[in-house]
Design a protein around this ligand. Structure first.
Ligand code: ZN
Ligand code: ZN
Length: 235
């Protein structure tokens, strides 16, 4: 494990852009690759975060119109693919400030994501289960929530005491019930009457975020929105 001084230094030394290998300071991607791999013009469904087809007028895709998610809005920055999958995996394996800080800075520079953070009363990261947290040593969603809004972050409001059992073979309703029970809100006063922004690194099926949203709403949160760095493409 690197010392704090070594981590501080490593975050300031020039490094090679992970996509084009140009020398760059202050981030894993150079400005040109950032513009290429984090397109700002992409419109997304405000329910599930998937890209909306060109010319589609409404804010929700057909699937979210038929089956609205429990959250008010979903904010996603990029698609989970090259080079973000690699960057997010590196970050998950090592609590590198050299990756977390630029990602938080880029997210704050997006007007839609900055608005989502500003409109929330409190930011709550999706917790790792207690055994997983012991194994990994840090939770990247909590690190991101703290970097996005240190004064609003309630890193322990939502807890996940144990690993969720395998969901294979269960009906959708049973899976949702399981995930809802997986999360607890030990101090409801931390979220009661508040607009909570749930923070996660990758949105895949949304099942985890659904379970966490229901637990927060059951505990008395006035509303929940979600923010994820990346969204896996349609399955
Ligand atoms: Zn580059
Ligand atoms: Zn949708």
């Amino acid at each position: 494990m690197l010392s704090n001084a070594a981590l501080w230094l490593s975050s300031r030394l020039p490094q090679q852009c992970l996509a084009c290998h140009a020398w760059v300071r202050g981030g894993p991607l150079c400005a040109a690759c950032l513009a290429c791999f984090a397109p700002t013009a992409q419109r997304r469904c405000t329910g599930c975060g998937l890209p909306l087809p060109d010319g589609y007028a409404g804010p929700h895709c057909g699937q979210c119109l038929r089956q609205p998610p429990p959250w008010q809005a979903c904010h996603v920055w990029v698609d989970y693919g090259y080079p973000w999958a690699d960057i997010l995996t590196r970050w998950k394996l090592h609590p590198q400030p050299a990756l977390a800080r630029p990602i938080a800075r880029w997210l704050r520079a997006s007007p839609a994501l900055a608005r989502a953070v500003a409109q929330a009363d409190v930011l709550v990261p999706i917790p790792l289960s207690a055994p997983r947290l012991r194994e990994r040593g840090f939770n990247q969603a909590a690190q991101l929530a703290r970097l996005l809004a240190p004064q609003k972050c309630q890193a322990t409001a939502l807890q996940r005491p144990r690993e969720t059992a395998s969901q294979r073979g269960l009906t959708r309703a049973a899976r949702l019930r399981n995930l809802r029970r997986a999360f607890t809100v030990p101090v409801p006063a931390l979220v009661q009457g508040l607009h909570v922004l749930l923070v996660d690194d990758v949105l895949t099926t949304g099942a985890t975020l659904r379970g966490a949203s229901r637990a927060l709403l059951d505990a008395g949160a006035a509303a929940v929105s979600v923010l994820a760095v990346a969204r896996t493409p349609q399955q």
